[in-house]
Design a protein around this ligand. Structure first.
Ligand SMILES: Cc1ncc(COP(=O)(O)O)c(C=O)c1O
Length: 485
């Protein structure tokens, strides 16, 4: 082995030195929006729990004071600083809000940290289908009528929603909150992508202001937080703060990075002092870019005119996100992103079937936006167009995925801890999955742990694999799958 090499460090250095136009998280975009003294002293403030610095697990000094300011800024009863992303927040929400075997309505496009919480608690998820959108090849929020039916059928006392989706779309959170009130159920919000909603009236209604018992937000994704910086807001009248703290003590490190915590403190200050103006500029830049991108032949951009109205899973849109539909171009979205990156030095957040997602924040400049638009214009003319049904777009994949909804047999926890074995996928019909199997796109598990393999599911997984779609599972080649013995 060649120990003069430092491969990870070198690849990061090369990435930074290429100077890409950043349309990905974290929101500070290479440090542009960070306080200058803080940016220069990140190593110096990498400290331990000392009398002067306070302790995250039971804060009494500056951490507690910072948490109080966070709660005030976001307008909630109580907030907790998280140093392990929204992932740790979602697990803490499960530990404090749910109980073993209790039914809970969960959006099927939930992030895997929600599944991690369900496995740890042993609650019984009742999956609720989000609103799918063939034009862009993505899933949005939940339709209120679908949730109402699920409440009636399940007797669940909690609803766990994604607000917003990765793509910045939301359901009607006020209508969902009202349904929760009527059914005496807690509203739990995975708001990983919503830390900025509270600071601008043109952004969607924040979960924490709509009556959520708990809202988790990744400050690092959109605001000036370092990676892993996140917050958990609760309504202490609904969720016992002591049980939340107890849950967090189980899962958070005892050596939190003080720079991560301080970045939340500073992101809060920045939003309270200048947030309105900074977000005004961000929205203005993103809206102008959306109009120009939508004018490029072969592209479409998700805009407010695509919204489906009150009570639907496509009720509001975070316009700082640019979801660019690429189904009208004669190239796969991942190849479009590769050319944007290698030829134009533009790095989007992700690509999926028929779309590219660009995240714009207070850290992007007019120059970034120009590079993005010019890059897309060149790539579009380079790859050429293909015809596509303007209403439905590329629905093939989504139709296939929706057609197979597997039977739930065990809770995710029961399946996770059951004795298991690996069997060939071709021999798995009738068996119960002990793992989540997630094709990308759309990155939503086709099978959750505890769900049964059918021949339809197996055929679809084989077709997806043969078409070259990456599949996240213990064996990504889908040769073997892990099932309950
Ligand atoms: C919807 C959603 N929830 C939770 C998370 C986890 O957030 P974090 O990476 O801050 O742990 C993510 C991450 O992408 C996410 O997209």
């Amino acid at each position: 082995m060649k120990h003069t090499a430092a491969p990870l460090f070198e690849s990061l250095r090369q990435f930074v030195e290429r100077g890409q136009a950043p349309f990905y998280s974290p929101g500070h975009k290479g440090g542009r929006t960070l306080d200058p003294w803080f940016r220069e002293h990140i190593a110096a403030i990498d400290l331990n729990n000392l009398p002067d610095t306070d302790t995250l697990h039971c804060p009494e000094g500056p951490i507690l004071e910072a948490e109080r300011l966070i709660a005030d800024a976001w307008g909630v009863g109580q907030s907790f600083i998280l140093v392990q992303g929204s992932t740790s927040g979602n697990i803490a929400v499960a530990l404090s809000a749910l109980r073993p075997d209790e039914p809970v309505l969960v959006a099927r496009n939930a992030h895997k940290s929600v599944l991690a919480g369900l496995v740890q608690v042993g609650a019984r998820p009742v999956w609720v289908e989000p609103r799918w959108d063939g034009r862009f090849g993505v899933a949005h929020g939940l339709d209120a009528r679908v949730v109402e039916r699920a409440f009636g059928e399940s007797g669940a006392k909690a609803l766990w929603v994604l607000h917003p989706t990765y793509y910045g779309t939301t359901g009607d959170i006020a209508a969902l909150a009202e349904l929760c009130r009527r059914h005496d159920a807690k509203l739990l919000v995975d708001g990983a992508h919503s830390p900025h909603f509270a600071f601008h009236p043109d952004l969607p209604t924040p979960g924490e202001k709509a009556g959520a018992a708990a809202t988790v937000q990744s400050v690092h994704k959109i605001l000036s937080g370092l990676s892993q910086a996140a917050v958990l807001h609760i309504d202490p009248a609904v969720l016992d703060p002591a049980s939340v703290r107890r849950g967090l003590q189980l899962i958070q490190t005892t050596s939190p990075h003080f720079a991560i915590m301080a970045s939340i403190d500073l992101a809060r200050r920045q939003m309270m002092l200048d947030g309105r103006e900074l977000l005004d500029q961000t929205l203005e830049r993103a809206r102008a870019a959306a109009i120009r991108l939508a004018a490029v032949p072969g592209l479409r951009v998700l805009r407010p005119e695509h919204l489906a109205g009150a009570g639907t899973g496509l009720h509001q849109l975070d316009e700082t996100k640019l979801l660019v539909g690429t189904a009208g171009l004669a190239a796969a979205a991942r190849d479009i992103v590769e050319r944007l990156n290698h030829v134009h030095g533009v790095q989007p957040e992700l690509s999926g079937t028929g779309h590219v997602l660009c995240i714009t924040t207070i850290g992007n400049t007019a120059d970034d936006m120009e590079r993005l638009i010019v890059g897309f214009e060149e790539v579009a003319s380079h790859v050429g167009r293909q015809s596509v049904n303007p209403e439905t777009g590329e629905t093939g994949l989504i139709g296939d995925l929706l057609a197979v909804r597997p039977e739930t047999v065990l809770t995710p926890r029961e399946a996770f801890f059951a004795a298991d074995e690996a069997v060939p996928l071709s021999a798995a019909a009738g068996r119960i999955a002990a793992e989540a199997i997630t094709p990308y796109p759309p990155g939503i598990p086709l099978l959750m742990p505890g769900e049964r393999f059918s021949t339809d599911v197996i055929d679809l997984l084989l077709a997806l694999r043969n078409a070259g779609n990456p599949i996240s599972a213990s064996d990504p080649t889908m040769g073997l799958v892990t099932v309950v013995r």
